[in-house]
Design a protein around this ligand. Structure first.
Ligand code: GDP
Length: 596
């Protein structure tokens, strides 16, 4: 999105007449007139193709260029290539420069994430580099020996995963805080799963070594059990003993971060296209919408017009984490900005445009796509797996496995690993005991994984989230069935299963013979709703006499699509006329089963 001639407009393969007019800042009437002179009769809401739009644009002294293709899939299985990585991939290698690493801190509750973030921030302040008062803007920078490190300071998996779920890889490095007196706990394991799924390296901060009951050696064994082999044991995980409370070892951690960063390719083009991620945003009573933006490529400047999902605006002012006003923000620098018209979501990728009308067009398009539920979804279901494999989209099946006891978890994991030796690999992101919770679903959403439960329940919130995000949950109580289903899915043989969902019930109060049609059941709906396009079952006592489609549904002689509880209606059944007073009609639909 570098500066371009304002007369160049990007147009998708098809565009509405009104949208095209908006894009050029013209009246839709003028566009319709131009279409007419070119022999095309189109209404304001009609879609026209790129070539037609380009002719109209040329008439109006604009040059139409095809809109950039959607981002390609990454090499790495189902994971989406994040927008900024794509921006960097598009850069000429010669223009790439080192940028500060962006670090996020994860770990179990009370292990000291907040204390560590404060210790690092204060260490910098004590070094006499402080300008204004340190503000909480969701991210800050610190320096060691003249090298900058950016920290995201909203600890926790939710923030990290929210970014990944939107395709924005927020952090380059994860610092995993593990308390030396408590060891590896469930959220520690979750954090490991998150970092691994994101393919982000982990440095362990072995915190609270000042405590009497600290047992660093035991924790290292636990880490090794979770595939984080400490470097002193010839592994490749740096484990830094420290005390966030006394500051001991905090500098060693920063050094470890810089060392890790040196071994990675942490680069960006400061002069390139601007891409970044929204870290957080809120409405400030005095200043309006304040958003923290992390620049990941290019250099953001005051006055730029930012577009972040459904929000946009010209940046009136920018502040660093100390509250100092800044005019520019180079790669990896978080800035708090004023001037955006609405609160964008955390994790939203942002870019800039040349003119406000482009911004209006892009945000409108984003909001419309969102309304139509067209948002990109990385999640897969077992049924779709083989199809997406054949289409070259999936190279492995990612699983999150929850079971009631360790004794059943181990054999399931073992069986899944065996299955993964075939053409499509199986990647177990996380396997733990316990019910399926929201955290499992967020991890699945961000990684395109399926959640498998054995003898456990899916919590209500988790189910709701799963259904919103399109994450597949499958519950089993026989291990053999899991193996069978996954095996079938990997071979492309899994038939979707259907579950019946009852919509409503009605009682037949009268039977009307109608010539040519046969018999119509005069009913009263006793429960729920009857729908014309649903399935119907007719029962008499314990006998099921009919199962099939509805041929007609009427209320007060009018054809209707549905009749609700308490109302009377006339129901015709497809090719079935053996209806008697007292029969019960049951209306249901068959839904593809995701949750068993
Ligand atoms: P979080 O939930 O991971 O953010 O944990 P906090 O940073 O809130 O820390 C939880 C508790 O552990 C607080 O009471 C801290 O004071 C304490 N704590 C954190 N780091 C250390 C440490 O290095 N040594 C000791 N003794 N206590 C610590």
């Amino acid at each position: 999105m570098s500066k371009k001639d304002e007369t160049i407009i990007e147009i998708p393969a098809a565009i509405g007449v009104r949208d095209l007019a908006d894009l050029m800042g013209k009246s839709p009437i003028d566009v319709i007139k131009s279409l007419m002179t070119n022999g095309v009769m189109a209404s304001i809401n009609q879609q026209i193709d790129f070539d037609t739009a380009a002719i109209v644009a040329a008439d109006m002294d604009f040059e139409a260029v095809p809109e950039k293709e959607d981002l390609p899939e990454s090499e790495e299985g189902a994971e989406k290539l994040s927008a900024w990585r794509q921006a960097i991939a598009n850069e000429d290698k010669a223009n790439l420069e080192d940028r500060p690493p962006v670090v996020t801190i994860l770990g179990h509750v009370d292990h000291g994430k907040t204390t560590l973030l404060d210790a690092i921030r204060n260490a910098d302040v004590q070094a006499g580099e402080a300008g204004g008062i340190t503000q909480h803007i969701g991210a800050y920078q610190t320096s060691l020996k003249g090298k900058l490190i950016s920290f995201l300071d909203t600890p926790g998996h939710a923030a990290f995963t929210a970014m990944r779920a939107r395709g924005a890889q927020g952090a380059d490095i994860v610092v995993l805080v593990v308390a030396a007196d408590d060891g590896v706990m469930p959220q520690t394991k979750e954090a490991i799963a998150h970092a691994k799924a994101a393919r982000v390296p982990i440095i362990v901060a072995l915190n609270k070594i000042d405590k009497n009951n600290a047992n660093p050696e035991l924790v290292k064994t636990q880490l090794a059990d979770n595939e984080l082999i400490p470097d002193e044991w010839e592994g490749d995980t740096m484990v830094i003993p420290l005390s966030a409370l006394s500051n001991e070892g905090v500098e060693d951690l920063l050094e470890a971060i810089l060392l890790t960063a040196d071994s990675m390719d942490i680069k960006a083009n400061p002069k390139g296209d601007i891409v970044g991620t929204v870290i957080e945003a809120e409405v400030d009573k005095q200043r309006g919408v304040m958003a923290t933006l992390l620049v990941q490529n290019g250099t953001l400047k005051q006055g730029d017009i930012v577009v972040a999902g459904g929000a946009y605006g010209r940046l009136r002012a920018m502040f660093d984490y100390k509250g100092n006003r800044v005019k520019i923000a180079p790669p990896s620098m978080p800035v708090s900005v004023m001037g955006i018209n609405d609160v964008p979501s955390a994790g939203q990728v942002f870019g800039i445009v040349d003119a406000e009308r482009q911004a209006r067009y892009k945000t409108k398009e984003f909001l419309e796509n969102e309304k139509q539920g067209k948002k990109e979804n990385a999640s897969v279901s077992l049924e779709d797996l083989f199809a997406s494999y054949q289409a070259g989209e999936t190279k492995e099946l990612s699983l999150i496995i929850k079971a009631d006891v360790q004794g059943s978890l181990d054999p399931i994991v073992g069986e899944m690993e065996k299955l993964g030796e075939g053409e499509i690999g199986v990647n177990i992101l996380y396997a733990e005991t316990g019910n399926i919770g929201e955290n499992d679903i967020t991890l699945a959403t961000a990684s395109g994984a399926i959640v498998i439960g054995f003898n456990v329940q899916a919590e209500v919130n988790a189910r709701r989230l799963a259904s919103n995000e399109g994450v597949s949950i499958r519950l089993y109580n026989i291990i053999y069935r899991i193996v069978e289903d996954v095996e079938k899915a990997l071979k492309g043989m899994l038939e979707p299963t259907f579950a019946e969902k009852t919509l409503g019930k009605a009682e037949v109060l009268a039977v009307f013979p109608i010539s040519k049609v046969g018999k119509i059941a005069g009913c009263r709906v006793r429960d729920g709703v009857l729908r014309r396009n649903a399935q119907m079952r007719l029962t008499r006592g314990a006998d099921i006499l009919f199962e099939g489609e509805v041929s007609s549904l009427k209320h007060n002689k009018d054809k209707v699509n549905e009749v609700r509880n308490g109302f009377e209606c006339g129901v015709g059944l497809q090719n079935f006329h053996d209806i008697e007073v007292g029969d019960i009609l049951q209306c249901y639909v068959l839904e593809k089963e995701e949750i068993k």
